[in-house]
Design a protein around this ligand. Structure first.
Ligand SMILES: C[C@@H]1N[C@@H](c2nc3ccccc3[nH]2)[C@H](O)[C@@H]1O
Length: 449
């Protein structure tokens, strides 16, 4: 393998309490909010078909017109407590908020630029009240930060001339100043979610990024930073030139999910997901497929079944309101979570053979196994294949533990659980397989006898 100065500094998962807490979240909320919410995917009567938070890059939106939107930012309906309450009811355990997206507009009063909330009609800090409101309801806050910054004069996507390099040095100092400023202003933040780090210029900054990551981790011990922040000595991101994961978890699953455990390489990871096909910021006219709560719950369950977290995106409008479609989804997901979150929180991958009816999760503490059924077989017979010597003498419905099942053995280590699908069921059901005492060894995993 290559000797790298700025490759992965740790092999395998982080095992400290802050990371344990992170890997047991299950469900998170992403919030994309900024000036792009004002045009909301339209400008001069024209519809923008791209991602709303990228509207500045659209030829239909002249840059100087976008760059004057801050003069209209005055979200009269912004109510951080209401946002936090809604996220709590949905069952989110963490929230990621855009402090600065690619456009460079800062939702906090930054000492290092005038392109921030203080120079808008609204005038006040947005990030602080959000951190406070979410902390108050016990939801951990993470700060999204885009390195790419279309507003800063020193930003370059690639470094070709001496001038580029000099300008970029100023940009790097600005970036460091803003990140340290965020951690100083919001010390309860549990981590940073970096974005906009794919440009060639940034991929040359292995040394700078590594040192900055070290500095941030010193400021807030236990800080969680994903794989999308820094490049290695050869400009590789997420995985270094030896194929080892950089950062504390894999951040590559944007609008997509792994199919198998192998694809996760046994790393911690999160999936960040839009409700429409590709809208993070507010777009007033969602076109194409809008995901249902059933689909989002299945993505959540699939993520947890493969040892990941699922982060659902919200894009508040220019007035600071959560749109009705997202409110309805949060309500439906919350209703399912109220009844079934035992199969989500603190749960992860179970190495039993995946079956067609849905997903297994396993509680990392108790060793309890959950069968989360999405596709019930027409005959109601749910097949399971177990490792050797696993007893199935305690199998029952999560909804009603008095409803127990006696699995029918159909083959060695192969069983049917006959579920009476008599009543109408329109949301995923959960069956619990409680390990009997002699099966749980000290690290709560099923052992081959
Ligand atoms: C989490 C998501 N990442 C940003 C983004 N910009 C991209 C440009 C090209 C390809 C993928 C991108 N994702 C999106 O604007 C959103 O913030």
């Amino acid at each position: 393998s290559l000797t790298l100065k700025h490759g992965a500094h740790r092999l395998g998962k982080r095992t400290d309490p802050m990371m344990e807490r992170w890997r047991n979240y299950g469900l998170g909320q992403f919030i994309h909010w900024g000036l792009y919410a004002i045009p909301g995917g339209h400008w001069n009567g024209a519809y923008y078909g791209g991602a709303a938070e990228w509207i500045r890059a659209w030829k239909g939106m002249p840059n100087e017109q976008y760059d004057n939107l801050y003069k209209e930012f005055d979200p009269a309906e912004f109510d951080p407590k209401a946002w936090a309450e809604q996220a709590k009811d949905m069952g989110a355990k963490y929230m990621i908020i855009t402090t600065k997206h690619h456009d460079g507009f800062c939702l906090w009063p930054s000492e290092f630029t005038d392109y921030d909330v203080t120079n808008t009609p609204y005038g006040n800090d947005i990030i602080g009240p959000l951190v406070e409101a979410y902390d108050a309801v016990g939801i951990d806050v993470y700060l999204y930060f885009s390195v790419m910054d279309w507003n800063h004069p020193g930003y370059r996507s690639k470094l070709e001339t001496i001038n580029d390099k000099e300008a970029y040095e100023e940009f790097k100092e600005f970036t460091r100043n803003q990140l340290l400023e965020l951690l100083e202003r919001y010390p309860t933040t549990k981590g940073l979610w970096f974005d906009g780090t794919w440009d060639a210029a940034w991929k040359e900054q292995a040394d700078f990024a590594d040192n900055l990551a070290t500095e941030m981790r010193e400021m807030i011990p236990g800080l969680i930073i994903g794989s999308r922040f820094r490049p290695d000595d050869y400009g590789n991101r997420h995985f270094d030139s030896n194929g080892d994961l950089m950062g504390d978890y894999e951040q590559g699953w944007e609008r997509k999910l792994p199919e198998t455990y192998e694809e996760t390489k046994g790393n911690d990871w999160d999936c960040v997901m839009t409700v429409p096909e590709n809208q993070w910021g507010y777009h007033s006219d969602w076109r194409g497929h809008v995901k249902t709560s059933y689909e989002l719950i299945e993505m959540l369950v699939k993520s947890v079944s493969l040892d990941g977290n699922f982060v659902m995106n919200f894009g508040p409008n220019g007035q600071g309101e959560i749109r009705q479609e997202e409110t309805q989804l949060a309500k439906e997901i919350g209703e399912w979570m109220d009844k079934n979150n035992e199969a989500i929180y603190g749960c992860g991958y179970l190495d039993w053979e995946k079956q067609d009816w849905g997903y297994y999760t396993k509680d990392r503490q108790t060793g309890k196994i959950y069968m989360i059924v999405f596709n019930r077989p027409l005959n109601g017979a749910l097949k399971i294949k177990t490792p050797d010597k696993v007893s199935l003498d305690k199998v029952y419905s999560l909804k009603d533990s008095s409803q127990s099942f006696v699995p029918e053995e159909i083959h060695k280590n192969e069983f049917f659980i006959h579920y009476p699908f008599s009543e109408h069921i329109d949301s995923p059901i959960v069956i619990v397989i409680e390990p009997s005492s002699n099966e749980i060894d000290q690290n709560n995993s099923y052992q081959k006898a």
